[in-house]
Design a protein around this ligand. Structure first.
Ligand SMILES: [Zn+2]
Length: 434
């Protein structure tokens, strides 16, 4: 009898492990033959790659002293010819993305199985956002409901539905000691607008966990709003089908049905169109018109509401990767209002969030203007600045600097969250100074 119980427990454990591990349904087959190339020469490469991306020939993964791009199987020859013509050297760093991710999944699974204290997250019990693996969207929803159940100051509201009918959840962390009827300060944290940047949701949930639990002056008298998973359709598609998916999953019958999705961070109405693509097959497709998407419309409505009821002090959109804190504008090289203030408060964030050390032990955040390397429009940050006049506006690019890129192993969730929390504790009070 005892033996059969042991077997049963092992079987149940296996089921939990199997069902709760991030198992893609089709092995990322769509990425077969896709390569990652690295190019040298910052500005020249960024300009050429931007153009090729708008034409739907490559997918720009990140810029820096080297640029990384995903090159589609059918566009290898034309991209290579373009680069040669411009005198830009390149190197193939990942020859096949499908097998690259298959290998990565095997490694993470092995790590997961060997870790002694396995984190679990079930429908009825999800008390902490996970740090050993990336959560599924339903798990994140369960966690948000749990957060609301645990803290009376937390409100949870669906602010709309996506194209595939998932909820867009907004968390409101209320002040613990609100005084009178004066307009309170408010901050806004956006996570997961880009599907493949999984670390964004993971870190945003960790931050909400810490903010809700905070009983210091940091959060005593402010309203904190957050939409931690802006793009659940894209996130789930990235988990199950195409790890490199960036856009949402909407289909516009008046455009073309074979290229779904709009880049939600090119869909806001501020400088709309600059540096974005009008090609629906491009990863930076801006959509048919500004706010054509359910997600951006839902966010706009709520942010406008907050702006009318509160003193909106700070907007932070959390992305990956690059370890950068960007301030507006992104669509023009002109100076945005309060650039000096955004820069100096941003430096305080970066100093607190950066960890000294080389390689994996160190994380250095750099503060710079969004338009530093190339122009891009239609993003949350520019709209918050331009339409709502929020004084402190940032786009945060989480780790790393490109070694893992979007496929940052879940073992980094803890340190990335800890660092950002340190930075935020410096930034929030600075953003509230009049
Ligand atoms: Zn992003």
């Amino acid at each position: 009898m005892a033996v059969s119980w042991v077997i049963l427990v092992i079987l149940v454990l296996n089921v939990v492990l199997v069902t709760s591990s991030p198992t893609p349904v089709n092995n990322y087959q769509v990425l077969a033959g896709h390569q990652v190339w690295r190019t040298e020469g910052e500005r020249e490469a960024a300009a050429v790659m931007g153009r090729l991306e708008r034409e739907g020939l490559v997918d720009v993964l990140g810029h820096g002293t080297v640029s990384a791009v995903r090159v589609f199987p059918e566009s290898k020859d034309v991209v290579s010819a373009s680069l040669r013509r411009e005198g830009i050297k390149y190197q193939v760093v990942i020859p096949d993305l499908r097998s690259h991710f298959a290998e990565e999944r095997r490694r993470v699974k092995k790590e997961l199985l060997s870790s002694r204290q396995m984190e679990t997250c079930l429908e009825s019990d999800c008390p902490k956002p996970l740090t050993q693996r990336y959560m599924t969207f339903p798990e994140m929803e369960w966690y948000l409901h749990d957060l609301k159940a645990r803290y009376s100051r937390v409100e949870l509201k669906s602010i709309g539905k996506t194209f595939e009918n998932r909820d867009i959840w907004m968390v409101h962390i209320k002040p613990t000691a609100a005084r009178g009827t004066i307009k309170r300060d408010a901050i806004w944290i956006e996570g997961g607008i880009h599907a493949r940047e999984w670390i964004s949701e993971a870190v945003t949930l960790q931050l909400l966990d810490r903010l809700a639990a905070d009983n210091t002056s940091l959060t005593r008298n402010i309203d904190i709003y957050s939409v931690p998973i802006v793009n659940p359709d894209g996130y789930e598609y990235s988990r199950t089908t195409n790890r490199m998916w960036r856009k949402n999953r909407s289909i516009d019958p008046s455009v073309r049905q074979d290229c779904p999705g709009v880049d939600l961070n090119r869909n806001w109405d501020e400088g709309y169109g600059v540096g974005a693509s009008t090609n629906p097959c491009s990863d930076t497709y801006q959509g048919r018109n500004p706010f054509s998407e359910l997600e951006t419309r839902a966010l706009k409505k709520e942010m406008e509401r907050v702006s009318s009821t509160n003193n909106f002090r700070l907007v932070m959109a959390v992305h990956s990767y690059g370890q950068k804190l960007y301030y507006p504008w992104g669509y023009t090289r002109e100076k945005a209002p309060y650039t000096a203030e955004m820069k100096s408060a941003g430096e305080a964030f970066a100093q607190a969030a950066s960890v000294r050390g080389r390689g994996r032990r160190g994380t250095q955040y750099e503060v710079t203007s969004s338009s530093d390397l190339y122009l891009a429009s239609g993003a949350t940050d520019d709209w918050s600045k331009g339409a709502l006049n929020v004084k402190y506006v940032y786009t945060l690019e989480l780790p790393d600097e490109g070694f893992h890129g979007f496929a940052l192993p879940p073992s980094h969730i803890k340190s990335a969250s800890r660092d950002v929390w340190r930075g935020l504790k410096k930034l929030i009070p600075l953003a509230r100074e009049k």
